[in-house]
Design a protein around this ligand. Sequence first.
Ligand code: CAP
Ligand code: MG
Length: 465
Amino acid sequence: MLFKKKDEPYNSGYIAPKGWIPPNADEDYIITMIDIELIDELGDEYFPKVAAACAAESSTGTWTTLDNKKGVVCNGMDMANKLRATAFDLDPQTKTFKIAYKIELFETGNLSGLLAGVAGNIGGMKMLKAFRLLDIRFPREWINIMPGPAFGVDGIRDQLNIPHGPILCTVAKPKIGRTDKEQAALARILFTAANGEFQGIKDDENLTSLYFNRFEERVSAIHKVRREIEEVSGKKKLYLCNITHSDIDVMVDRAEMIKREGGRWMMVDVVTTGFAAVHTLRRRNLGLAIHAHRAMHSLFDRESGPGVYDLGEIKDFSISMVAMAKLMRLIGVDSLHGGAPKTKMENYGEPKLIKDVLQNDITGASSMTLGQNWFGMKPVWHVASGGLHPGSVETVIQQLGEDIMLQAGGGTLGHPWGIEAGVEAMVQARDLAMQRIDTKDWISKNPDSALAKAADHWGFGPKIV
Ligand code: CAP
Ligand code: MG
């Protein structure tokens, strides 16, 4: 049995009396919300002990008592007891609970250090059959010390001179295949088709620097095209150029290269490069917006139980994308892939919530979020992507609103009439949604349009395979 009588005090101080809530939470506490399942050997009556054990392991405790050596003056127990975390608001039905951590327990502004506590060892404990960190709520001091986005939603609208509506972008497909020159030729088409109403091009997450498409050659070729087109058309264009590398110094060199080319954005695979890398890039203040691709997030945020929809048990060990989105806003990205309706990617209905935490203050907590007061930190562009095509644009805009970057890769470049027609169809779909004109209705009146052809080819539903 995991909990022996003699170990009882180990977690006794780590749980709050029923009804307790952390006082003055937005000033003094970091709070997490957790969903767990107990291993079969532990009956439901162990739930409070396990919740307290999670609070202990993630703050100051360990698996046994330590304060039994009377007369020892160096055991640190006074401070450990003062700073211990408190499990509270336990729901034995859903096995959800919250943990309140006093702000002094962590070094303010050190996100990696904080996560080693609140999201550290606890998921690995043998007493748990499943664990999901649903959310983290940050107090004012953390919001004030973290950089947040350099540009945010309004800064990017000013930069591109797009006062309203979604930004339209595509990702070069095939994922890997074009040479730097071919990608620059693609950029020229994208920047000029449909009267230049399409904003940009993005590298794919796994395109870095390859023998037929070197970073240096690509960045210079595409920005040359961008400068030319901008000069002629007067319209600002985007190139989200992937600087991802496991060596931060190489990323900084690449970012500086973009800056020298007059670029405005760098793209980073924020999960594979890690929190420290993104925080460092943001702190260097290179004058570039950060586009955050989340490739690899699925390996720690996917969950296969119905509990992920709040409908029963969870099955895996994970952290939600909602929590990840908050961390990315704090660390200072300007746009983040957050999923959308009708994509090819799994999302549990979270995109709306992710967009909310990226852009709004959320006052009311729910079963999916603790809410968050952002104390004026700039909002982040929500990127809708993954199998989107013109027929899905109306639903995406209806559900997520206009402060989104719409990325359709295959759904732009794979148009049966060619790339120009793909761009035209995406622009048509966006414009109709913004004017609240029913897409199907419009298509029936314009059967020869690029949008009608796209809908005929891909339909209106999600493309799963
Ligand atoms: C989209 C994409 C993105 C995914 C990532 C891809 O291309 O470039 O990486 O959207 O998913 O490679 O699949 P398509 P998410 O438009 O051709 O699907 O945005 O959910 O992180
Ligand atoms: Mg991609």
